[in-house]
Write a protein that binds this ligand. Structure first.
Ligand SMILES: Cc1ncc(COP(=O)(O)O)c(C=O)c1O
Length: 439
């Protein structure tokens, strides 16, 4: 381990400290238990890739608000733009008195989203709402009802997106009945299921599960987010896109977690040369403010009737100003290239961890979106959620915020802000290595 760097992590108390513990007690009395927490640390401030808790402890953040903070916590450009917009006006509702920020952001997203044709964009509040609207638009554009999704998918917590999500516990258990006309394909998860990772059964799916001419859209995460950072193989995506085209099925790329530089390209689609009909975005779109977007083929996006799309807060002007500033910051500071460089550093360290620790079954990812899959032993590949939880606990107790993922809860994933310094990155990886040693 390197010891020459000036450490960023500063722990004044054991974690969680007394102030976090006191807030946890108030939280338990005031807030339902169903909202989970990755750590029991209460935030007091955050800047760049560092988070300070209520007890004055400084932690390195490899979670980034679940991939929301690509431009860093309290990014000064985002703060300035949002504050200036707050002063001008806070909200008029785009459906009452529209404003330039929404239009300018739509223009920007149309220009950077994958796909060469003419595009249009609508804005919403959350990732789930983006997926809801993508399905609405796809149904209206095709006149078809069925939606095809994947095993291990996560698309949100509303009725339709919960129905589209795969993981039963905790996301679906006891919350049914679910939305109809949702059909599920195996995800090409080569490490766990090589046999089903091929594109060959795709045609058969439309014979045995749902008729292709009833399907409005296929929704895919090119890299599974909550599902464990599994990267879909290029040949699979090529075959899927071809089959969708042949059957008039719209292809929706869910880039909520992969978008805005995370994978070392602005959008994961670019790794595949994929031009989806619709793209959903959220998370790092607006530097931490709640905003999501659906960008797609103009003819498809225009299918819905006037008044059929919208919402009171959708495309709030403060969030639009923040998003324009966040995208400008990404571009000016070349954070997409930075994500690729972070990914190379993390990949090299993860490879060395794999050599050291026999319980690491798989090391994978795309750009800065990297993961370790923890198993009981390499031959059996049985998921080891207990060890994964211990690693995460040891890590946060030593000042590193980390998240798990995966249907079996046995994947450790990295979602650090892309403004993280080399020293912070190395220090965080040292803490993770130590946590792997001791767990
Ligand atoms: C790929 C993907 N789609 C959709 C969502 C839902 O986003 P939100 O939590 O903003 O509703 C998420 C959230 O993690 C996600 O990762």
């Amino acid at each position: 381990m390197s010891t020459t760097r000036i450490a960023s992590i500063r722990l004044k108390t054991a974690l969680p400290g007394p102030r976090s513990l006191a807030l946890a007690a108030r939280r338990d009395a005031a807030i339902p238990r169903g909202i989970g927490h990755a750590t029991p640390i209460y935030a007091a401030g955050a800047k760049g890739a560092l988070l300070t808790d209520m007890d004055g402890n400084v932690l390195i953040d490899f979670a980034g608000g679940i991939g929301t903070m690509n431009v860093g916590h309290a990014n000064p450009e985002v703060v300035r733009a949002a504050a200036a917009q707050l002063e001008r006006f806070t909200h008029t509702c785009f459906s009452v008195a529209p404003y330039e920020g929404y239009v300018a952001l739509a223009e920007k997203l149309n220009s950077i989203a994958p796909g060469r044709g003419t595009k249009k964009t609508m804005l919403a509040n959350s990732g789930a709402e983006a997926l809801e609207n993508a399905v609405k638009i796809a149904r209206r554009a095709t006149g078809r009802e069925a939606v095809v999704v994947f095993e291990h998918a996560f698309h949100g917590r509303t009725l339709l997106t919960m129905s589209m999500t795969s993981k039963v516990r905790p996301y679906k258990h006891g919350f049914g009945p679910f939305a109809p006309e949702v059909y599920r394909l195996p995800y090409p998860y080569e490490y766990r299921d090589r046999a089903r990772a091929s594109a060959a059964p795709l045609e058969e799916f439309f014979l045995t599960q749902v008729a292709a001419d009833k399907v409005a859209c296929v929704v895919i995460e090119l890299v599974l987010g909550e599902g464990g950072f599994v990267v879909a193989p290029r040949e699979y995506v090529d075959a899927l896109a071809r089959i969708c085209r042949e059957h008039g099925i719209l292809l929706v790329a869910d880039e909520v977690q992969t978008g805005f530089g995370r994978t070392g390209k602005m959008f994961a689609c670019e790794h595949y040369g994929l031009e989806p009909d619709l793209v959903t975005m959220a998370k790092s779109l607006a530097g931490g403010l709640p905003l999501s977007a659906i960008t797609g083929r103009a003819d498809v996006m225009d299918a819905a009737q006037v008044g059929g799309l919208g919402g009171t807060y959708t495309g709030n002007p403060v969030a639009c100003a923040a998003a324009l500033a966040a995208i400008a910051f990404l571009e000016e500071h070349r954070l997409v290239e930075r994500a690729a460089a972070i990914g190379r550093t993390v990949e090299a360290r993860f490879r060395s961890f794999s050599e050291r620790f026999p319980f690491i079954g798989d090391e994978r990812g795309l750009g800065a979106m990297r993961a370790l899959e923890i198993v009981r032993d390499r031959a059996g590949r049985e998921p080891d959620k207990d060890r994964t939880d211990r690693v995460l606990r040891h890590a946060y107790e030593r000042g590193l915020l980390l998240l798990s993922a995966g249907t079996f809860g046995n994947v450790i994933r990295t979602l650090m802000p892309l403004v993280i310094t080399d020293d912070e990155l190395a220090e965080g990886l040292d803490v993770l290595e130590h946590a792997l040693e001791t767990a």
